[in-house]
Design a protein around this ligand. Structure first.
Ligand SMILES: *Cc1c(COP(=O)(O)O)cnc(C)c1O
Length: 231
């Protein structure tokens, strides 16, 4: 199957999930998680109409930018971001989805100010409370979103989450529903209902994420095929 065929199949599944939940399929964006796939694969996805491409590693993103891999689609940063690499991402990524601490938010604001721009971000929620994952604890999210409003060079556009690895089919649905509730509450109470993006769901569970309210799914292997991890 080609990237275009995979994307058509995923779009059809997204539309079915949206309609089953009484939602408009057009309101849900498909982000291609293109890590470990080269510039040619990125271009194929763009030609087939991907809504955005998401990268996980700054080094890989920088190399692919130099190859013009993302021309024609917005670039998102979706991976763990170290503070000392923020400078390489601000202003290059249209959306930094993985902001999981106030320290990181502060540094993004500082670098964005230097470039005289406002960086769009999502706050990442560690909904499973996993040690191994970054992100705000659900308890601390409201306060973080409130603080974020005081920064003048970042704009919080919504939330992102990566739930625990599913143990059983539909195991992540309760996590998705919790994050969707936080999204609605915070958007309504702090952001004048201005949130746009609820980013959740990957190859194995994007339909459940959509039924819970995702407006953006991040799909990698179901578009690009299985990644060859190098050790
Ligand atoms: C790789 C990745 C995805 C996509 O994962 P698949 O299971 O391959 O669809 C989504 N989000 C993030 C943050 C990722 O790193």
């Amino acid at each position: 199957m080609s990237i275009a065929e995979n994307m058509a199949a995923i779009r059809a599944r997204m539309a079915r999930a949206a309609l089953a939940a009484g939602r408009d399929p057009a309101e849900i964006l498909l982000v291609g998680a293109s890590k470990m796939n080269g510039a040619a694969a990125c271009r194929e996805a763009i030609a087939a109409g991907i809504d955005a491409l998401g990268e996980n590693r700054v080094q890989e993103m920088t190399a692919k930018l130099a190859e013009n891999a993302y021309d024609g689609a917005p670039l998102h940063f979706i991976g763990h971001l170290q503070r000392n690499k923020v400078r390489q991402v601000v202003g290059r990524a249209a959306l930094i989805q993985s902001v999981g601490s106030l320290e990181l938010l502060t540094e993004i604001d500082r670098q964005a100010e230097k470039l005289s721009l406002v960086q769009d971000v999502l706050l990442e929620v560690n909904i499973g409370g996993e040690e191994s994952k970054s992100g705000f604890a659900p308890d601390g999210l409201y306060a973080a979103a409130e603080t974020a409003r005081t920064f003048s060079h970042v704009c919080v556009r919504g939330l992102m989450t990566i739930p625990p690895v599913e143990a059983v089919p539909h195991g992540n649905l309760p996590y998705f529903e919790k994050v969707a509730q936080l999204y609605v509450d915070i958007s309504r109470n702090l952001y004048d209902n201005g949130f746009k993006y609820l980013s959740m769901g990957m190859s194995g569970d994007f339909e459940d994420a959509i039924s819970a309210g995702a407006t953006m799914v991040r799909v990698g292997s179901a578009i690009f095929g299985h990644r060859q991890y190098q050790h």
